[in-house]
Ligand binder design. Sequence first.
Ligand code: FRU
Length: 523
Amino acid sequence: MKQIILSIVMTAMTQIANGQIGIDYRPQSRFTPPKNWINDPNGLVYHDGEYHLFYQYNPFGNVWGHMSWGHAVSKDLLHWEHLPVAIPEFTDSDGKTTAIFSGGAVVDKGNRSGLCPAGSKDCLIALYTGNVTAGDKQLVQYQNLAYSADKGRTWKQYDKNPILDIGSKEFRDPNAFWYEPEQKWVMATVKATEHRAAFYSSTDLKNWTLMSHFGPVGDTSKVWECPGLMQVPVHTEAGQPTGRSKWVLFISAGFPQKDYVGTQYFVGDFDGKTFTLDPAAQPKPVPSANDYAGALVDYGKDYYAAVPYNNLPASQPGPVMLGWHNNWAYGNELPTTPFKGAMSLPRQITLRQTQDGLQLVQQPIEGVRTLRGAQTNRQAIQLTSQSQTLEKATDNAYELEVELKPGTAKRVGLKLAKGTNEETILQYTDGKLQLDRRRSGNVSFSPRFPSVEEAPLRPKNGVIKLRIFVDKSVVEVFANDGERVITDLIFPTETAGGIDIFAEEGSAEFVKLTRWALKPIRQ
Ligand code: FRU
């Protein structure tokens, strides 16, 4: 009897230590599935008053597998209604199984595909990668089409699938958009192991013609995945539109620290056929020694597979992107149940003219301000080689706006989710913003999890601006009005976390410190 009780207690303690019970790691202000594993956002499209979010989903478990498209809709990109699986994995009569890998969706205005119901003004078309296997053997990756006449609720597979097959096992992640100047769709795909994006065009979504390739350039340490090509408005340093734009290509690829994945971006031009890198427009500093290395989109470990929305309404100017909060380096091992994985806050994308050249700017869409609850303001605080407790025990679900003058301090910053023996340190030191999660709580579930992230950052007029979201297990930091972003997962083992501020080896001033509780997006 004693033994049984001991074993139950031991199991419970291990589960608590692993964060499997007791602590709510479910982010409050971003999309998570009710249960099971998710990865990439798919089929991001606005149609008839609804933003669709499809996503890589395992309907049967809390680890990667049986890839299908899960589905949710929203009226504001923040509050989501969960819907049944939209496109499930299927097995043909010959025993071959097609998993529904990543892809995009478009609105077929005017029924150019001929697949919308007769007389309808439009319908939704999904283009995705069919990953075909027989038993344990992978046979091919090709591009398939599915269509929906009922606002994405039910889907039919196109009977002449695949629509694009080059006989490769590493050809995936189609992402198409309407290219107005030439009245055609353009689709970006990747030849993953060749580190090349391939661009195709079509006027009916069923027949595709190869136009050009891009790559290999930038980070080729990992396969290339999830391309996203978009036209991005250029703003002045002060944030005013210039009326000009550039084209930006996102590629989910490697990361400066070996063994991890991250997302790169390239700035250039697109003439309807070819994406050409513009070296003069390429942001500096670049993270690797390659001549035209792609710059990093997010300097944290947990923002991947980000792709843009199609067909956005005038009320929500684009580009707007969602990314997946996780990293393939430890993805399956995250200590959360009954779900695994979350989507980022929707990010508004612009390019900003700075003294370092053009910089990608990512900011939470305007609507995220509606999630602000109770507000706490602080007077300016001057610290000299000391620290101060700002809050003792928050619920680890808040937004924080900080403006600080690093002054003479060697290191200045905040300790977030601070418990008795744990803390997540966000600090500015010597031209860098660092996020240190080595003592953030449960870090032992994977040897690759404990880490320090680092982004180059320069004070502007002596001030560093930080917009920080701590959302249970997500820390998403937008620095200098979105010029740098660091996103990391954390798993504190205490339910409430404090906030400390500190300045080490010198003086610094926190001129603004405002905290808002985050309103949960679920009822
Ligand atoms: C990216 C990715 C895609 C693929 C999907 C499979 O995270 O590897 O390239 O289509 O996930 O789930």
